[in-house]
Design a protein around this ligand. Sequence first.
Ligand code: HEM
Ligand code: HEM
Length: 188
Amino acid sequence: MSVINHYKNTNTQFGWVTIVIHWLLVLPIIGLFFLGDYMMDLSYYDSFYTLGPKIHEAVGILVLFIMLFRVVWRVRNVSPTPPKTNSQFVNIASKLAHLGMYAILFLILITGLLISFAGGQGLEIFDWFIIPGPNEFFENQATLAGNVHRLAALGLMALIALHTLAALKHHFIDKDTTLTNMLGIKEK
Ligand code: HEM
Ligand code: HEM
């Protein structure tokens, strides 16, 4: 057993760039879900009432930029061939799940921006600087985008749970290289 030493994906292994981005984003994405859920329950007099959304938006913007790079990297790289023991169904289902996670993530990120820009005041990153944004595109933008944002976030969490269970099944039940590959470990 050894670790891989290439940064680009090959036909058999993920490269370090894909691996680092994959694991780097896990905590922020799941953290944003719980922070978002938590901050919606705060009242005006709570000390976290203004800071919570500020952290949520700033981390969200970072995730957005990393996701833009991730898509570019993804389309410019080959994907490792799945284990031979995988059924055709599993291969198609996992492709759809990965595509679904990308699509829902962008839906969340874009509706997040639409909520924040709705007042026309731009997006304030703490007291550091303001990212200017367009005014409202449609009526009730904050409410509508907020509803989609919440539903999409719930959908993403369901997909991530399924995705994690699938990864663990590959590792502990099928005993194939799916998970070790995403950890940068070479079996031989
Ligand atoms: C992976 C990324 C993200 C996840 C998982 C996420 C998740 C959530 C969740 C679960 C809520 C609570 C919704 C509710 O209960 O109504 C929320 C609220 C919110 N999010 Fe996000 N969010 C993400 C990214 C962003 C980004 C990039 C922005 C803006 C730059 C943003 C802005 C907001 C705002 C302003 C709210 C308050 C909504 C309201 O006032 O109705 N989010 N988010
Ligand atoms: C925020 C949570 C997560 C998201 C959004 C996510 C997303 C993705 C995506 C989009 C891929 C396809 C490769 C790529 O384009 O980067 C992938 C692959 C993978 N993920 Fe995750 N993932 C998450 C969490 C996890 C966790 C917790 C595990 C394991 C415990 C895991 C294990 C894997 C494995 C093993 C692969 C390779 C699958 C294959 O070769 O077909 N992921 N993930």
